[in-house]
Every structure is written in structure tokens, then in C-alpha cells.
Design a protein around this ligand. Structure first.
Ligand code: PDD
Length: 280
């Protein structure tokens, strides 16, 4: 496959990054994952806007313009003949000539940039028929989860714990309330109302979340943005998660408690249908 690294399109096996790259040494990097359906980018503008915000919160200077970035995404889709899947993009604070906790001067050290594509079936997915099980875990991530950084050790650890417990994912809990999933936003449905945590520094502002809530409101569904507990979720009629590469996925079991009938709920299904129709 062809990847993009610091200005060049090269075969993945020929791509090189420095051992001093701060993304590699310190997770001093931000990222985005944009899905591709039928060779088209889904909500590129949403991802580009969030990327710019992540960079500005961390005082990173983008090595490319957003127009360049769109062109690179399109080039990679074309060069890899990608029909359905996604594009991973990472911007790091670059590679100074030594390891130092202090950020390098952006005039001297330019940010690094890497992109690659992956194939994944997004529209026809078996999880839709079955739903997934989740377990709860303490949310011990740092307090700026609204910035999409590559500090993914804890989410990855949490997902491994879920796997060991026979579940597919973990819902993270802080001060008694669910924040989000390891790589998705979390929702419950009770008496027809869709409930999801309000935006803040404690969760990622999902691009799929924004679209799903917009479509839900357009379809006259009730939406409440507020925190909820695991106990409230276990007693809900439905639960689901959203992400760029998962759309809306039903959750049918939380810490061993069956949600609703144990089958994907009708609102979760309907939202996935609307999202797929609108985005493809
Ligand atoms: N994850 N919350 C977290 C912690 C995430 O990592 C993600 C995305 C989301 C959903 O955001 P969006 O709808 O913009 O994809 C919420 C990506 C897909 C990943 O890490 O692969």
C-alpha cells in the first residue's frame, strides 16, 4: 500500500520516521480517522476542523494547509484504490535532535505528518445484527480528552480487559458517570429519549456524534445531553456507541446485564440507517 510521509507518497515498507519523533517518544501527536465509503470521504470538513482545534490547543503549527490535506486524502484513496474503509492521519510535533520535555521551537522543528489507508467493511457489519457487550472501567485518562491525541495506552489496555472478559469494548466511568467508550461516544435510550453525555473536556467531540444528534433531532427524536450512570444504562431500553469507523453500533450487554430485549433496539437501528443513507 502507498502511504504519505512528510511530503512523499511511498510504499509502506519504504516509509521512515525519525527515532526522535515526539509522536513516537512522547505521544506528542494528534490524529484523525476519516471513513471512506464508495471511494468518498465521509465528513472530511468535520475531521479537518477538529484536527485544527487539536493542534491549536497544543500550539502545533500544521505542516500542510487543509486544502493540501484534502488532496492528500484523495490521492491516497485513488492510489490505494480504496472503496470502503478509512484513512488514518497523524501529525506529530516533529523530530528535534534530542529528547527534551520542552517543546521545540516550531520555526526550527516542523511538525511531522503521516497518513495511511485501511480497508474495512463499514456499511454491512455483523455487529448490527448481534450488538456488542461492554464492561465498565475507571476512566483514568488525562483531563483533555477533547484533544484527539495518540495517548492511547489506557484505551488499548481497557479494550484488552474487555476482550479478556468476553466483551468487545469498555465504557469508561468517572465520578460515577459514563464518559465514553475506548474509541467511541456512548448513548442510552429510555422511553424514546436518546441520552448522551454533554460536550466538555472530558470526552472527545465525536464527528459521528454531531451528525447522529443532528439526524435524530431532524427525525423529531428527543435528545438529552447529560451524564448517566452504569446503573441507569443497565436499566435503559437501548444502548449504542458511535464512531467514524463504526457508525452507530448497538450495545446489548453492560457488565453482564442485558439491555432491553438483548437485541439491537429500534432507535439504534433507525439511526444507523439514517446515518448510512445520509452519508453514502
Ligand atoms: N476514535 N471517543 C473517543 C475516545 C474516540 O477515540 C473516538 C474516535 C470517538 C468517536 O469520534 P468520531 O465519531 O469522530 O470518530 C469518541 C477513532 C475512530 C479511533 O481512534 O480509531
Amino acid at each position: 500500500q502507498i502511504v504519505y510521509v512528510n511530503g512523499d507518497y511511498v510504499a509502506a515498507e519504504d516509509a521512515k520516521v525519525s527515532v526522535f519523533d515526539r509522536g513516537f517518544l512522547m505521544a506528542d501527536a494528534v490524529y484523525e480517522v476519516t471513513s471512506v465509503i464508495g471511494g468518498k470521504l465521509v465528513d472530511f470538513d468535520g475531521h479537518a476542523t477538529r484536527l485544527q482545534r487539536s493542534m491549536s490547543e497544543l500550539e502545533m503549527v500544521s505542516p500542510v494547509t487543509m486544502e493540501d490535506l484534502l488532496e492528500i486524502h484523495r490521492q491516497l484513496v485513488a492510489r490505494n484504490d480504496l472503496d470502503e474503509g478509512g484513512i488514518y492521519l497523524q501529525i506529530t510535533r516533529g523530530a528535534p535532535d534530542s529528547r527534551d520535555f520542552v517543546w521545540p521551537d516550531p520555526d526550527e522543528v516542523k511538525c511531522g505528518i503521516v497518513l495511511f489507508t485501511f480497508e474495512k467493511a463499514l456499511v454491512d457489519s455483523k455487529v448490527m445484527d448481534d450488538g456488542i457487550k461492554v464492561i465498565s472501567m475507571d476512566d483514568i485518562r488525562w483531563g483533555r480528552r477533547d484533544i484527539k491525541t495518540t495517548q492511547l495506552l489506557y484505551p488499548s489496555f481497557a479494550k484488552m480487559q474487555a476482550k479478556k472478559a468476553g466483551a468487545a469494548d469498555a465504557w469508561l466511568v468517572e465520578d460515577g458517570f459514563v464518559t465514553e467508550g475506548t474509541a467511541n461516544n456512548a448513548y442510552i435510550v429510555k422511553d424514546g429519549t436518546i441520552i448522551t453525555r454533554q460536550l466538555g473536556n472530558d470526552i472527545l467531540h465525536g464527528i459521528t456524534r454531531a451528525a447522529i444528534l443532528r439526524f435524530a433531532k431532524e427525525a423529531q427524536m428527543q435528545v438529552e445531553e447529560r451524564p448517566f450512570t452504569i446503573e441507569e444504562a443497565q436499566a435503559a431500553d437501548e444502548a449504542f456507541v458511535t464512531s467514524a469507523t463504526g457508525f452507530a453500533q448497538p450495545v446489548i450487554d453492560i457488565d453482564g446485564a442485558t439491555i432491553g430485549t438483548g437485541k439491537p433496539g429500534s432507535i439504534s437501528k433507525r439511526l444507523r440507517e439514517i446515518y448510512t443513507e445520509e452519508m453514502t
